[in-house]
Design a protein around this ligand. Structure first.
Ligand code: ARG
Length: 554
């Protein structure tokens, strides 16, 4: 709508009007849109009050009901009926396509997301990466890009040598099969405890990793088994979250691909020796990037440089995103700089999409020793709590278990996405499961309520809009904002814009529901049903793009 306002206004003034100059007044009596005239005063050598008055007097358009000048603002009131009819017909015609665009022109966006470490618990950070990455992927798809979701598993590195040694000393096959991550983590922790008193263990660990790197059959078989068992456990979480991946090529995949890249660095004269290690100097703002340790072992960064080049060759991405916590900012800054120094212009398209921590009572949720919080347990607790609420509120609901899953998981995802990703967020299961306030269940509840209205209404024929009350008008203005919100959320890699939008739309719908007897007045019925249908479409699509399911009943 703002675009149209700009077009209209531009016909009546020679001053340049831009979209972000248009304000949406907080109070309805000040119009649907307002143009503050203060920015023009200096150039026109007139008071803003006078400019507003003169401009307001000239504006005439069939879409506009009236224009008023108040204190230097031009307040614009839209012709509600015309506008409402046009937006409702658009949404009903486009259905789920409403808000889709071709902005991305089919460009490929690779998204490095989730990326947990084998034999270690799936942490809260991995949860954030998974849900933020998933929503960013869905938003990009909606905007005409082709997302490729890559799970860059942490399945390589010296720690696997240690794990092999620990397993051979103290391992138990049955326990690994039953509770892989718990068992492997315990072995890893024990290794560190015992290595404190027996340093020879560390040498054994290094030797075991060397065997693994060189492709020793026994070491490789054990490692693969650890990987498979861990992945099975991760897969349960992905199934619960409803997230899938296009690739599980993790760090190990690059084991035999790093040497040519190290060769390329050497040939481009970028490798320096430092205390026996090989590094790339990336300028004064950052420490040098470590490529090889003095014992010849490669590192996390070596694998990421190799992976970035491999991804460019495989996908020819337009952009390559890394949805990884704030704490790895230095690593990704170095990655980008090294690729730049190698002469790859596309290093500009490497983007770290950072996020903050999940806190509990102001403290970091830790997965270290003793304090492990297994994510699966958290999700199951959320589902349980959701089930208790359903049992209280709607005991006759048909598929309670299924709905509880949708609500419990949706609540966790929504609480993660509703704040800007860079903020640390507080993890409070009870709060995120409330059906009031800015929560996932609140939006799902609103959606189910709208669906139930549609179930009660018989099929409606064509509708007319003869009159739009204030409650309806608020909904219309909100659903009209859906496409630009999608556009911004995509461009800024910011699902929280969409989450906040969904809360606002749900609020406007609920105040309509609480104040208007929707089914009572047959004169308005088909129009109001069209309005409810449109809300259902936009709410469902908003939730879908956040990675959350919408229950028809709850
Ligand atoms: N596995 C790493 C971790 O848990 C995250 C990997 C992120 N992706 C990457 N390409 N470095 O910290």
């Amino acid at each position: 709508m703002k675009k149209k306002i700009v077009e209209i206004l531009q016909c009546f003034t020679s001053e340049l009007i831009e979209e972000d100059m248009i304000e949406i007044p907080t109070y309805a009596h000040l119009g649907d849109f307002a143009l503050p005239c203060f920015p023009f005063a200096k150039k026109l050598r007139k008071s803003p009050i006078l400019i507003a008055q003169e401009l307001a007097a000239t504006i005439k358009d069939e879409k506009i009901e009236k224009v008023e000048a108040v204190n230097g603002y031009v307040n614009i009131f839209m012709k509600r009926t015309t506008f409402t009819y046009s937006i409702l017909t658009t949404i009903l015609k486009q259905g789920k396509q409403y808000g889709s665009s071709h902005i991305g022109s089919g460009g490929i966006i690779s998204i490095d997301m989730s990326s947990p470490n084998i034999a270690k618990p799936f942490s809260m950070g991995h949860l954030r990466s998974t849900v933020i990455g998933n929503s960013i992927a869905l938003l990009h798809e909606k905007s005409g890009y082709k997302p490729v979701k890559i799970n860059h598993l942490g399945d390589w590195g010296t720690q696997f040598g240690k794990l092999l040694v620990a397993y051979k000393l103290w391992g138990n096959e049955k326990k690994v099969r039953e509770t892989p991550i718990e068992t492997l983590l315990a072995l890893y922790i024990r290794f560190h405890e015992e290595a404190k008193v027996d340093d020879s263990l560390n040498d054994k660990g290094r030797a075991a990793f060397k065997l693994l790197e060189d492709g020793d059959a026994e070491a490789l078989a054990l490692w693969e088994w650890f990987r498979t068992e861990s992945l099975k456990e991760f897969q349960q979480i992905y199934d619960l979250l409803g997230v899938s991946f296009d690739s599980f090529q993790g760090e190990a995949y690059y084991n035999d691909k790093m040497e040519p890249i190290v060769g390329e660095l050497l040939q481009k004269n970028l490798l320096l020796e430092s205390d026996g290690a090989l590094v790339v100097d990336v300028g004064d703002s950052f420490p040098p990037c470590l490529i090889k340790k003095s014992d010849g072992a490669t590192l996390y960064a070596t694998r990421d440089i190799t992976a970035a080049i491999h991804r460019k060759r495989t996908y020819d991405f337009a952009k390559s995103l890394y949805v990884v916590g704030n704490e790895q900012s230095l690593h990704f800054a170095q990655l980008k700089l090294v690729l730049g120094k190698m002469g790859y212009e596309w290093s500009d398209a490497i983007l770290h999409i950072p996020f903050g921590l999940i806190l509990k009572d102001g403290k970091k949720l830790s997965t270290r020793k003793g304090k492990i919080i297994l994510l699966e347990e958290v999700l199951n607790e959320a589902i349980q709590l959701a089930e208790t609420t359903i049992e209280e509120k709607n005991p006759l609901l048909a598929n309670k278990k299924e709905v509880a899953k949708i609500v419990g998981v949706g609540a966790v995802i929504f609480s993660d996405l509703k704040q800007h990703r860079k903020h640390d967020i507080d993890f409070d299961l009870k709060k995120m499961l409330q059906t009031e306030g800015e929560t996932g269940p609140y939006i799902q509840y609103t959606y189910a309520r709208a669906c139930s209205i549609l179930r009660k209404a018989s099929a409606q024929s064509a509708f007319e809009v003869t009159d739009v009350n204030d409650y309806e008008w608020e909904i219309i203005k909100s659903i009209e904002q859906f496409p630009p919100v999608i556009e911004r959320a995509t461009a800024e890699y910011d699902p929280s814009l969409l989450a906040k939008y969904a809360v606002h739309l749900a609020q406007t719908f609920n105040s309509f529901y609480g104040n208007v007897q929707i089914m009572k007045d047959t004169y308005y019925l088909s129009y109001r049903i069209a309005l409810v249908q449109s809300v259902v479409i936009v709410l469902e699509e908003s939730l879908r793009l956040l990675g959350i399911k919408a229950p028809m009943e709850m």
